[in-house]
Design a protein around this ligand. Structure first.
Ligand SMILES: *Cc1c(COP(=O)(O)O)cnc(C)c1O
Length: 385
């Protein structure tokens, strides 16, 4: 399709066309490892499925279309995508990372990449001067996650992208929490956007997959080289499921955001709740940036019960009936989690508490159910403490 489509059409048609063989409207699941050649090197663009696979290519074109990028790349997981990005750098290179980030991202930085000689500085990116202060000649990558997990801080992508440009540093944004529906980092000047497509993009809690989009040809070539060399690629079935999920991203995100707003308001008005972290509130410290940078505020909310101890948080998450107590987020069903003992357990207690991830904190991924059922469920669980 040549015409550049609006976002809500690009989810369905971006980079897609009926399959050439039989006109199949959805890309077939090309469950094959290899491709017949007429003569050595004479093939139809596909040789081996670690390097390329037509179902994966369809998904890679889709994420490029959604992020307004030129190139897309798909990986076996979000962490495999991040692993590939960081492998572009050499021992001695330095990385500046947001300090309040996904537990697994913190783990791969500190327990895998520091071992290979990369130095990672964790910085509160709500303060742009703090980012600038860490830049030196060895700085090669700035790693942004926004909104942050689970504190829902919002990082202003534009000034960080400008800093990167001024110092020839690559700026990558983990866009998992927002999805391209809420925010498009490449449009804001970032060089790389990365997703755990496991979450909102696939959207149905049935697939683990990672996606990347970039504009620069040389950057794409570097990433594709590592993708093929290291081989952390997704299978065609998972690519198909993610493509199917993406087709409803815009309507799911709209409902996630509506339900999220209603639940954040309910919690804020509840006398048993101490604090609600959600960037849609006008008194959220980064509300202005969130409003400018994001289309709406999504369905991720964290909150702290009054008296905020671990026992109360555990009592609430155990008592929920419509919300499921589980790791992960971004699916159609509502999930609740206890970051300190689940998603963020790999971060040392004193490090996580510094960014607010205390033992009493509860994180919600608000799904697309009837919001009244969700509110009643939270109400009965909170009334037990
Ligand atoms: C889940 C998640 C990841 C990791 O992705 P996987 O698909 O689980 O490997 C990275 N960043 C964020 C913000 C996430 O929520």
């Amino acid at each position: 399709m040549d015409k550049k489509l609006r976002f809500n059409s690009a989810t369905i048609h971006g980079g897609q066309e009926p399959d050439k063989a039989y006109g199949s409207v959805m890309p077939p699941i090309y469950q094959t490892s290899t491709y017949a050649q007429k003569s050595p090197g004479d093939h139809q663009g596909y040789e081996y499925s670690r390097t390329h696979n037509p179902t994966r290519s369809a998904l890679e074109r889709s994420i490029a279309a959604l992020e307004n990028g030129k190139h897309g790349l798909a990986f076996a997981s979000g962490m495999a995508a991040m692993d590939t990005i960081v492998k572009m750098f050499d021992p001695g290179d330095e990385i500046i990372s947001v300090n309040d980030l996904y537990g697994g991202s913190y783990r791969i930085f500190t327990q895998i990449f520091e071992k290979y000689g990369l130095k990672i500085h964790f910085v509160d990116m709500q303060n742009i001067d703090a980012v600038a202060a860490q830049i030196n000649k060895k700085t090669k990558l700035i790693w942004v996650e926004t909104p942050t997990n689970p504190m829902m801080n919002v990082v202003d992508i534009k000034p960080i992208a400008s800093l990167g440009k001024a110092h020839d540093i690559i700026v990558a944004v983990d866009n998992t929490f927002a999805s391209p529906y809420l925010q498009q980092p490449l449009e804001l000047g970032a060089d790389i956007v990365m997703h755990s497509a496991t979450k909102y993009l696939a959207g149905h809690s049935d697939t683990v997959l990672g996606l990347v989009a970039v504009n620069d040809d040389a950057l794409h070539e570097k990433l594709a080289f590592i993708q093929n060399s290291s081989g952390a690629v997704p299978g065609p079935m998972d690519c198909f499921l993610t493509l199917r999920g993406i087709k409803t991203l815009h309507i799911r995100m709209q409902r996630h955001s509506e339900n999220g707003a209603a639940i954040a308001t309910f919690l804020k008005e509840n006398p048993k709740i101490e604090k609600v972290y959600w960037p849609g509130f006008s008194d959220h410290p980064n509300h202005k940036v969130a409003k400018a940078q994001m289309k709406s505020f999504g369905g991720m909310i964290s909150f702290l019960p009054k008296g905020g101890d671990k026992a109360k948080a555990i009592k609430i998450v155990e008592s929920l009936k419509v919300f499921t107590l589980a790791e992960s987020l971004g699916g159609v069903e509502s999930l609740a989690g206890h970051p300190a003992s689940m998603t963020h357990a790999s971060i040392p207690k004193e490090v996580r508490e510094k960014s607010g991830v205390v033992d009493g904190l509860i994180r919600l991924s608000v799904g697309i159910e009837d919001v009244q059922d969700l509110i009643e469920d939270l109400d009965q669980a909170i009334n037990l403490i």
